[in-house]
Design a protein around this ligand. Structure first.
Ligand code: 1OR
Length: 297
């Protein structure tokens, strides 16, 4: 309850919100935020402050947690239950655009941009949510989130296969991306390995090679900024079909398999179409190789 809330002065000029909670409640928060990208990269103190400030909120099925146009007060993380998101645009009746389940989070936009709520979020079952107040959200979670969105969104707009994503969908992809660095010659994905990640090149170049059944390694077209790789193993649930190596220092933005499937769902068809091209290139190269081998032999 609000009366149990205490304000603890910090060394800086703000007071921390601390809502007392049981060990059991803390455990439920940990589970709820475990797979949520917005909570990654918090240091111990930040993590503690966030957990302290969260308030448990329960809603029955069919209630609006957020109404489009309202003033933003809380950011929410879903512990249990499901919710639908509706957006009304240009006087048209509202349309369902998204849904959330356990581990999902919403309500960040109005807090980040000081604007009205961009959508209505309605429960489709009884739900348990963890609400984080605007001040704590802005103080701890916003910086990281907006830094990542700023850093990746300009870049994501230049990736040809991703141009058809909605701006909000690009936000979510940006939240989920992490930068990884490779030194010259370092293997990023290895043919035959199990694939767990998808990569987009931020800067630098990569060499691609394939080894055929006879153990002969042959080069494939190289990759540069804005190009991606590692999608096939994730799309097809198959081992890596090529080896990708850093050519000089290489920086990639990477996405894990679950996030790839969930967030790039809207562009999977485009990515599949592109990987059909890839297979055509592969066939052409194999034919060339065979022709060369025949000439030499
Ligand atoms: P908010 O503070 O504006 C409503 O409150 C929340 O719904 C919003 O933050 C997001 O967290 C969440 N467009 C805008 N907001 C969305 C959308 C969305 N999906 C979820 N929210 N979409 C674009 C629709 C044209 C859906 C994209 C898949």
């Amino acid at each position: 309850s609000v009366s149990a809330e205490s304000m603890v002065p910090s060394h800086q000029n703000y007071v921390k919100t601390v809502i007392p909670k049981s060990a059991e409640q803390r455990k439920r928060i940990e589970v709820s935020i475990a797979s949520n990208f917005l909570f990654k990269n918090l240091d111990e103190d930040q993590h503690e402050d966030v957990v302290n400030a969260m308030a448990e909120k329960r809603f029955k099925r069919g209630e609006n947690v957020i109404e489009q146009g309202a003033v933003g007060d809380f950011f929410y993380v879903v512990e249990t239950g499901t919710l639908d998101v509706y957006v009304a645009k240009n006087g048209r009746p509202s349309e369902k655009v998204f849904e959330y389940g356990p581990g999902g989070s919403f309500g960040e936009l109005a807090l980040m941009y000081n604007g009205p709520r961009a959508a209505t979020v309605t429960t489709t079952s009884d739900v348990v949510l963890w609400a984080l107040d605007r001040i704590t959200f802005r103080r701890i979670l916003m910086e990281n989130t907006s830094r990542k969105r700023r850093m990746y969104e300009a870049f994501l707009e230049t990736v040809p296969s991703l141009v058809s994503l909605e701006p909000y969908e690009r936000h979510k992809v940006a939240d989920a991306l992490e930068s990884v660095y490779f030194d010259d010659g370092q293997i990023v994905v290895k043919q035959g390995d199990q694939g767990d990640n998808f990569f987009i090149i931020e800067s630098g170049e990569a060499d691609v090679t394939m080894t055929n059944d006879e153990g002969v390694e042959f080069p494939m077209p190289g990759l540069g900024p804005g190009q991606y790789f590692g999608e096939l193993a994730l799309l097809n649930d198959a081992p890596r079909v090529a080896t990708v190596k850093a050519k000089g220092r290489l920086k990639c933005a990477t996405l894990g398999k679950r996030a790839f499937v969930r967030l790039l769902g809207p562009v999977v068809d485009i990515i599949k179409r592109n990987s059909a091209n890839y297979q055509t290139i592969e066939q052409q190269i194999q034919q060339q190789q065979a022709a060369q081998a025949a000439q030499q032999g």
